[in-house]
Design a protein around this ligand. Structure first.
Ligand code: SF4
Length: 444
């Protein structure tokens, strides 16, 4: 359990030297109790006190890393229940399953498919994070060989899924240097799996059967093995969502250490779509790692898009740099469109224009990353502001005409903008989806 500020204060050296950045030891104790500072900031804490305080000062949910180098993925280290309280920091990892029943060319084709599931959305690269090698064959050698092949060829960190410590040991002999996640220690194999995790220095998943058994197992294994990921083992979705919420609440609000680890789960469902819907619900309720057998890029995109939304800082709208952007080989006669610098708006417009293959310029006006109507209502996307940006952004040197297409939702700006800028204003469609037919009618 967490220590109070006064309990922490009793263990501090009480020199009031301010070297920790706090005016007194008591202030430091209070800051430590509310996770606003770290124990290392005081150079005078005794070793005994460190031992006691270390647990109190640790983050409520431990940071666990899987993989190494470019493949490394971090999970956990979250400090709030709701993202509007602060933000979520480590996006949930998505792992796609590769069964060890695949061999030769079929295995290579699956590895290539899983490795190529990444794509670009609103200017950001999104991808899955891990390959989940599963011991479906039940054969230890097949499992080890499949894991080694995936490790060498996939460019992804791995989860190794087997309940057999012998198979797990053989796989780790081949690829432990890549720091895969071992899945999983259960009541039946806890000692053997814990020994493997310690021997190879790899993170270990702990699979229980509901809240109580997971807590007991995590407490036992956590005494010697620090990097754990929890699987509550509950299959029913509504029960699991309730349990995932309890785990998060107990870890963050009560600092209940057995639940102070990232939580993983599996996407379930009869169809691929069912799995993605199931995974989205679990991701929304704090799963830090979701394993799925879906390996279709179009199916995974909604899950990755949902993850982007959940892990975007709600206090910082995502925005593109204000400026003039060429779409295709835009030249002096290309049409010019104006919109705001809200990423989602800009990239939706850019995608629609790009699909027409008609070269054009888009001006992204500085509106602090707000959408067209929000910016207009806030006085950030007005005739004056757009006219001012038209003069400073450099578009007048790029095109010889003076025709500007504005979003249909702000047609009301036409008169004022024409007057302020001297440009001829054309009113485009309200929705970006109307740009294709608008451009074909006006600019082909
Ligand atoms: S550095 Fe340590 S001893 Fe000095 S004021 Fe801070 S907590 Fe107290």
């Amino acid at each position: 359990m967490a220590l109070t500020g006064l309990e922490i204060f009793k263990l501090l050296p009480k020199k009031n030297c301010k070297e920790c950045g706090q005016p007194t030891c008591l202030a430091f104790a209070m800051a430590l109790a509310s996770a606003k500072t770290t124990l290392e900031k005081c150079p005078y804490v005794s070793e005994e006190a460190k031992e006691t305080l270390g647990g109190a000062a640790a983050p409520p949910i431990r940071l666990v890393s899987v993989g190494t180098g470019d493949k490394k993925r971090d999970m956990g280290d979250e400090v709030v229940l709701f993202r509007h309280d602060k933000a979520f920091y480590h996006p949930a990892c998505i792992a796609v399953e590769i069964p060890d029943t695949l061999k030769g060319a079929d295995l290579d084709a699956r590895i290539a498919r899983v490795s190529g599931l990444g794509m670009e959305r609103v200017g950001q690269k999104v991808n899955i994070d891990l390959a989940a090698v599963s011991n479906q064959s039940g054969n230890a050698l097949d499992f080890a060989e499949c894991a080694a092949r995936v490790d060498a060829a996939s460019g992804l960190a791995m989860v190794l899924i087997s309940s057999d410590p012998v198979a797990m040991g053989m796989a780790l002999d081949r690829c432990a240097a890549s720091k895969p996640l071992i899945y999983a220690a259960t009541e039946a194999n806890a000692d053997a799996m814990t020994e493997l995790a310690k021997k190879y220095g790899c993170p270990l998943a702990v699979k229980g059967n509901g809240l109580e058994s997971t807590a007991l197992l995590a407490e036992k294994i956590g005494a010697t093995c620090k990097e754990l990921v929890l699987d509550l083992g509950t299959e029913d979705l509504s029960q699991l969502l309730a349990e995932l919420t309890q785990v998060r609440r107990l870890a963050i609000k009560k600092k209940f250490r057995p639940f102070g680890y990232p939580v993983m789960t599996f996407a379930r469902g009869e169809t691929e779509m069912d799995q993605i819907v199931d995974a989205s619900a679990k991701m929304s309720k704090y799963a830090s790692l979701i394993v799925t057998s879906v390996n279709d890029r179009a199916m995974l995109l909604p899950l990755m898009a949902w993850r982007m939304n959940l892990y975007t800082d709600p206090q910082k709208p995502s925005q593109v740099e204000p400026g003039v952007y060429a779409v295709g080989a835009a030249g002096p006669n290309s049409p010019v469109f104006v919109t705001t610098n809200f990423s989602l708006t800009y990239y939706t417009v850019e995608g629609e224009i790009s699909a027409t293959r008609i070269p054009a310029y888009i001006i992204a006006c500085p509106t602090d990353g707000t959408s067209v109507l929000t910016a207009w209502a806030a006085g950030k996307f007005t005739g004056d502001k757009i006219a001012e940006f038209l003069k400073s952004c450099g578009v007048e040197e790029k095109v010889t005409h003076r025709n500007l297409v504005i979003p249909g939702y702000v047609a009301v700006l036409k008169g004022a903008l024409e007057e302020k800028s001297g440009w001829k204003i054309l009113v485009g469609p309200q929705e970006a989806s109307g740009l294709s037919s608008y451009m074909k009618s006006n600019f082909l």
